[in-house]
Design a binder for this molecule. Structure first.
Ligand SMILES: Cc1cc2nc3c(=O)[nH]c(=O)nc-3n(C[C@H](O)[C@H](O)[C@H](O)COP(=O)(O)O)c2cc1C
Ligand code: SF4
Length: 397
């Protein structure tokens, strides 16, 4: 295991390095990245959305299909293959998680399939997973980890789950000010609101745990969004974080499952190239302002004025609520599945490239995941420098 001065992260009695690779769809974090990160002793996360895109045989069957049931079935086969392949790469080290977005129509089926395929944790974002304990009741050993952005959402979820005698095994606190992809603020003008600051959410969550009589160390708090160097990680641990989750920096590692051109777009983007806008899922999102996104944003207002309900353009109905299909003028007017799939394949002209707001740890360099983990956890020193990972510290009284 790599060495670090930070306490280990413990989830379901597993001792892990206190760094998590965030789930990234479509296909950006599949078995190769998640398995590589888990094999280092950390948590690697597969994103469950539309994984058939990594499997030529499944795409041959469904790539041009208008049969929603066949597309969904192919995605469950792909998910099963990806989870098993990641577990094989991990070889019993670390933890393999699956990220399922609450906003996705086939959410419940993805959760059940992930558990049946052997995922060790289910991570749910883009909505409140109030029903996750029921959905996973047959798999009590699977860790349940919601992604939330503010103390209000955390309070709501905790109180609801406690009525079902279940607690989250960790909570990911994702700050919309920095994060990539869908953001946890309901509106674009709230993305930078002070209630999402890490310090404020960590403090309020710890006070909430005390109030509910839950020992602080029972639910590790994992912070996500903009983490890119060791000193910054040190400050976050000092504020009470139990681990850091990174998305964009892992997406551009050698093991990242997307096309090399995808990685170059993310790594080559400067602060002026990164933009927030409304996604088709009705949530604010952050991405690189590429040729397609620039063109889309120029005509967004006009498209929103003309929004009208129509059939799903891909016959896939991937989202519970889709701005394009449902004709919701407040949401994005594009097919997000198609755009993310272009990006995965490295189509720089037509793709949508999610990216966080902060600089990358290695600039434009594409490096192995191991280098990134080492940089964040011990400043890039050699493994032996800090001794073994220590047991978790008891929480301060
Ligand atoms: C390309 C990309 C795709 C993402 N897709 C998802 C997703 O499907 N589900 C999710 O919960 N988070 C998603 N995220 C967010 C990450 O898991 C992570 O929490 C976030 O990127 C952290 O911020 P950072 O990128 O600044 O490290 C995505 C991020 C990126 C870069
Ligand atoms: S039109 Fe909407 S629901 Fe249909 S595949 Fe595209 S994003 Fe998903």
């Amino acid at each position: 295991m790599l060495s670090t001065p930070f306490p280990a992260l413990t989830i379901k009695n597993k001792t892990l390095l206190p760094i998590v690779q965030g789930g990234m769809g479509v296909g950006v974090s599949a078995h190769r990245l998640a398995g590589a990160v888990a094999s280092l002793g950390a948590m690697g996360t597969i994103s469950s959305v539309d994984l058939r895109r990594h499997h030529a045989d499944l795409m041959a069957q469904t790539g041009r299909s208008r049969d929603k049931a066949a597309i969904n079935a192919a995605n469950l086969v792909a998910l099963d293959r990806e989870v098993r392949a990641a577990l094989a790469l991990a070889g019993g080290r670390g933890m393999v998680a699956v990220n399922v977005m609450r906003a996705v129509a086939d959410y419940a089926a993805y959760v059940r399939q992930s558990c049946a395929s052997g995922a060790e944790a289910i991570v749910v974002g883009a909505g409140l997973p109030l029903d996750l304990p029921e959905l996973t009741a047959d798999f009590p050993d699977v860790a349940l980890i919601p992604i939330l952005s503010d103390a209000r959402g955390i309070a709501l979820l905790l109180k609801k789950w406690m009525r079902r005698q279940r607690l989250p095994d960790a909570i990911i606190i994702e700050n919309p000010h920095y994060a990539a992809g869908h953001l946890g603020a309901p509106r674009l003008d709230e993305v930078h609101a002070p209630q999402y600051a890490f310090g404020a959410v960590l403090e309020a969550t710890q006070a909430l745990l005390d109030e509910l009589g839950i020992a602080r160390e029972r639910i590790p708090l994992i912070v996500a969004g903009g983490v890119h160097d060791h000193e910054q990680a040190r400050r976050l641990f000092a504020l009470g974080a139990s681990a850091v989750q990174l998305g964009t920096p892992f997406a551009v590692t050698e093991e990242g499952d997307a096309h090399p051109a995808f990685k170059r777009v993310l790594a080559g983007a400067g602060p002026e190239d990164i933009v927030t806008f409304m996604s088709a899922a009705g949530l604010p999102a952050r991405a690189v302002r590429t040729a397609w996104l620039d063109g889309y944003l120029a005509k967004e207002e006009k498209l929103q004025r003309k929004a009208h309900a129509r059939d799903c353009v891909a016959a896939f109905d991937c989202l519970h609520q889709c701005g394009l299909r449902d004709g919701n003028p407040k949401a994005g007017q594009f097919c997000i599945d198609t755009r993310l799939a272009y990006a995965l394949k490295g189509d720089v002209q037509r793709g949508l490239f999610f990216r966080g707001s902060e600089p990358l740890p290695f600039g434009e360099e594409i490096r192995p995941a191991r280098d990134l983990v080492r940089l964040i956890l011990n400043g890039g020193r050699n493994d032996a420098a800090d001794g073994p990972v220590r047991d978790p510290q008891p929480a301060a009284a």
